[in-house]
Write a protein that binds this ligand. Structure first.
Ligand SMILES: Cc1cc2nc3c(=O)[nH]c(=O)nc-3n(C[C@H](O)[C@H](O)[C@H](O)COP(=O)(O)OP(=O)(O)OC[C@H]3O[C@@H](n4cnc5c(N)ncnc54)[C@H](O)[C@@H]3O)c2cc1C
Length: 361
């Protein structure tokens, strides 16, 4: 591990000043430190300065708090990105859930308001790592953790993601790697909360020296083959930025969500595959859906949206075994497994079928 200095700012401005000062080499934010310390130990990150943001707090924009914000009080940047805004006209304002980026996974998992409104998120947080880790790990850090690909994590392999020329996993030990979008880098996105928050169409507010920015999580996370993507990164966060909070449109009547995960070992583990679904029923009362998002995790460099399965599910409210099988199959559209991860095809298909049946039964 390289030598570094440690600073403990009290305000966001101080943290951003620390990030951007050229003195003492590049700075790196440390939240819970669970991922960052691993990366430092393997020499994958070598910052000259660590900036501990755990003690930052600034009312009324508290970084540790979770709550609901009334429609007329949400920031304009969040409002503009709410659902319904794709045609350029302003979307209707609505209440939003707000989670400070420094809220811990334990806080998220146990929060009664989140559990009642967005169970996909609390279920994903509750299934991450161990109780001790969840007490320290933050939701912002969870979204920004680096992939678990063993070639990337080992200092002995200079893989393409670290600036080398070879993706060792492509023809190597790729059991836990991507089945979608795996041509450039086969590592999968490791974050469980990212899967749930993408299904819930979450928006990030990001602080930078130029002011606050707002972005949908689904556009913020980016694979190497997507516009603006690069093999060395999994998101669009720049070196002078900090995630401030996560905003989720509060679900209305008829909206439900759920998260399910399959692990190799049941005690604590990253997923072999996970899925989050959010669905909204039409107000007609006949079980027809008017909106659905099915997001698959541990299968691609970023959470993967199963659009073909969504389209099939929207066609009819009937869920007999044959329709479920077809929807599960549709979730695999575009999948190209590697030499050792073909088992993920039936696993993902079955997981999607099980999750849909459970959510809509
Ligand atoms: C045994 C084990 C099992 C695990 N299982 C799972 C699992 O199943 N699913 C899962 O999702 N995770 C799992 N994890 C990973 C763990 O949840 C993450 O490492 C943790 O959530 C990271 O959060 P942190 O606050 O410690 O982030 P840090 O380690 O402090 O930071 C991670 C990165 O985010 C940056 N950062 C942190 N906060 C901010 C911010 N607000 N703004 C800008 N940058 C920021 C840091 O600079 C760093 O680059 C597991 C970890 C272990 C050790």
């Amino acid at each position: 591990m390289n030598a570094f200095s440690l600073t403990i700012p009290r305000t966001i401005k101080q943290a951003l000043d620390e990030l951007t000062t050229p003195k003492g080499g590049p700075g790196k934010l440390k939240a819970g430190g669970i991922d960052l310390l691993d990366l430092l130990k393997e020499g994958i990150e070598q910052p000259g300065r660590l900036i501990n943001i755990r003690r930052l707090d600034e009312a009324p924009q508290a970084l540790h708090e979770i709550g609901e914000v009334k429609a007329d009080a949400i920031p304009e940047g969040v409002w503009r990105l709410l659902p319904g805004s794709n045609d350029g006209s302003p979307p209707p304002r609505r209440d939003c859930l707000r989670i400070g980026s420094l809220a811990t996974l334990a806080q998220v998992a146990a929060h009664p308001l989140l559990a009642s409104k967005v169970p996909a998120l609390t279920e994903s947080a509750a299934d991450i790592a161990t109780p001790q880790i969840r007490q320290a790990a933050t939701v912002g850090g969870n979204l920004l953790q680096r992939p678990r690909c063993w070639y990337f994590r080992s200092s002995e392999y200079q893989c393409a993601k670290k600036g080398g020329s070879v993706c060792f996993a492509r023809d190597g030990e790729n059991d836990f790697h991507a089945i979608f979008d795996n041509q450039v880098c086969c590592a999968v996105h490791p974050s469980g909360t990212a899967v749930a928050l993408t299904a819930l169409d979450a928006i990030l507010s990001i602080s930078s020296p130029q002011g606050d920015k707002f972005v949908r999580l689904s556009s913020f996370l980016v694979s190497p083959t997507q516009p603006g993507g690069a093999i060395g990164r999994e998101n669009r966060l720049e070196a002078d930025m900090m995630i401030h909070a996560i905003w989720i449109p509060s679900p209305g009547p008829g909206e439900r969500s759920l998260y399910r995960k399959v692990k190799q070992k049941q005690s604590f583990d990253w997923p072999l595959a996970d899925v989050a679904i959010s669905a909204r029923r039409k107000p007609t009362g006949n079980k027809e859906l008017e909106a659905v998002r099915i997001i698959l995790g541990a299968v691609a460099p970023v959470p993967h949206r199963a659009r073909s399965a969504e389209a099939l599910l929207l066609q009819s409210p009937s869920l007999d075994a044959e329709r479920l099988r077809k929807i599960g199959q549709a979730a695999l559209t575009g999948a190209i497994p590697l030499s050792r991860n073909g088992y993920k095809l039936p696993l993902v298909s079955g997981l999607v079928q099980q999750a849909i049946a459970e959510l809509l039964s």
